[in-house]
Design a protein around this ligand. Structure first.
Ligand SMILES: Cc1ncc(COP(=O)(O)O)c(C=O)c1O
Length: 490
């Protein structure tokens, strides 16, 4: 048989009928604008019915279905069941709202499908540009290196990886941890996010290496206790390497004394990493920036753009004050990845030399597009608006005798509970848990929960650009109504 007779018909994944797919694409676009425009009219969240759940068990499709029917299935089994974070009364965890502009930017980056690992193409320059804008917006040194990552967890990992390698005192990259004569230790407040502990675990230090320091009445790290813990560890032969400061704790939004931590770290030659997943963004507001004084002195800073900057998931950022340490931690030489002086493999220093990911999406485009299309000023206003709304909610809670505020409100997080005439802690927990579940299941509002000083709290983390003051009034009214109803019994 000759070679030509064995040739199969060559295929690709492009549409056979571009105009038909284009028509569908335009319809999707119209539908998604309508979906966002009418978001307030729908429940915040609703459970997924069995009929839709069944479709998630369908076997892998072996043959093509027409895209119109695939889209219909999306509209009936997926679209109606989002997390809810695009709704004006969603305040669970710390989930950002996203924007219509961000949605468009995702379309554009999807079409380009660039990998931003490195090379001489636009995605690399756009990422460099947005990093430079972000440093400027937060008041962080312009010479810092950085990269966009999937979120705060990954940004914490990057910062702590550099901290470990820079401060270990031996070459961790070649020798690993086994060669260290002294265990490395990391310090943070008891309110610190779990992603910090997970990063330390994955960096091979073990969770026991994390010294969780007590907090004061405002949930800020006790620097005097920190000092004692570091001294004690040094005395017994451990090697303290890093302190993690909080710019907005997940539970209450507390901000550690970052200037105090920066002084302490300088004196002790420790690496200061700041977890500012959402709180760091407050620094874009000239009014709020003083709350974060000292953050600009951190050796590394982690923050998210998909939370308080309302960019579409997922995008976070790690900034490192010492580019050489950053590079030394992640850089790796491989023949197939050699940068060239010209051509596609040219361009500036590769991002893949500054993080764990080699293939990296064009996350920077949604940041670039959003900052250009909306401008920094409105983000500053929105951050201030969310903080003012949190204060307003605090007032509503304080003025309602059946409710109890469980923590101060330094930023945008409000923790409270229904109290009514109940005293018993176990009953209070049960009633408040039930209030929370009914709020979510009714689709009226979606706060989440935490525990403050052993007390179950309804927690509102407000990074929502769609929330209005009336939404918080609805929340308070509903919590009181449900609390009265539940505590009155069946
Ligand atoms: C204080 C804090 N740090 C880290 C994280 C983790 O960020 P991400 O969910 O983007 O990974 C969060 C998430 O809410 C957070 O609130």
């Amino acid at each position: 048989m000759s070679a030509t007779t064995t040739l199969k018909l060559e295929q690709d994944l492009d549409p056979q009928d571009w105009s038909r797919l284009r028509t569908l694409g335009h319809r999707m676009m119209d539908d998604m604008f309508a979906y966002l425009e009418s978001i307030r009219e729908r429940p915040v969240w609703q459970p997924i019915p069995a009929s839709a759940l069944e479709t998630f068990a369908e076997p892998i499709p072996r043959h093509p279905q027409n895209p119109e029917s695939v889209y219909e299935q999306f509209r009936s089994t997926i679209l109606p069941f989002p997390t809810g974070n695009i709704h004006p009364r969603f305040w669970s965890w710390v989930s950002g709202t996203g924007t219509a502009g961000g949605m468009l930017a995702e379309l554009l980056s999807g079409a380009m499908n660039s990998s931003a690992h490195g090379g001489d193409h636009a995605a690399v320059y756009v990422e460099r540009q947005v990093l430079s804008w972000l440093k400027q917006a937060l008041g962080y040194p312009s010479e810092a290196s950085g990269l966009l990552v999937s979120g705060g967890s990954m940004a914490n990992f990057v910062g702590l990886a550099v901290a470990r390698n820079a401060k270990a005192g031996w070459n961790i990259k070649t020798e690993g941890l086994g060669n260290g004569s002294r265990p490395l230790t990391v310090y943070c407040s008891s309110e610190t996010h779990s992603s910090v502990v997970r990063a330390v675990e994955l960096l091979g230090l073990g969770s026991k290496a994390v010294r969780r320091i007590e907090v004061d009445g405002d949930f800020r790290i006790r620097v005097d206790h920190l000092r004692r813990a570091v001294a004690r560890d040094r005395e017994r032969g451990d090697r303290p390497i890093s302190v993690v400061g909080n710019a907005g704790t997940v539970n209450t939004g507390a901000i550690d004394d970052l200037a105090g931590l920066a002084d302490f770290c300088r004196e002790q030659s420790l690496w200061l990493h700041v977890d500012g997943a959402f709180g760091a963004i407050a620094a874009i507001s000239p009014k709020l920036r003083p709350l974060l004084g000292g953050m600009e002195r951190a050796d590394s800073l982690a923050f998210d753009l998909h939370k308080w900057m309302s960019m579409p998931y997922d995008v976070g950022c790690a900034l490192i004050r010492h580019p050489q340490h950053h590079h030394d931690t992640f850089a790796y030489g491989a023949a197939y990845l050699t940068a060239q002086t010209r051509g596609l493999s040219g361009g500036p220093e590769w991002f893949s030399q500054y993080g764990l990911e080699l293939s990296r999406g064009f996350r920077a485009l949604k940041v670039w597009f959003s900052l250009k299309a909306y401008g920094l000023k409105i983000y500053q206003d929105l951050v201030e608006q969310n903080v003012a709304q949190a204060q307003y909610l605090g007032e509503l809670v304080t003025n309602e005798r059946r409710l109890e505020l469980l923590a101060a409100i330094p930023l945008n997080v409000v923790c409270f509970r229904y109290r009514g005439s109940l005293d018993d802690e176990a009953t209070l927990k049960e009633v408040n848990q039930e209030i929370l579940l009914r709020l979510q299941e009714s689709g009226v509002a979606a706060p989440s929960a935490t525990v403050i000083g052993g007390r179950f709290a309804i927690r509102v983390a407000n990074v929502n650009h769609r929330s209005r003051r009336q939404d918080f009034e609805v929340l308070v009214r509903e919590v009181v109504r449900l609390g009265d109803q539940i505590s009155a019994g069946p």
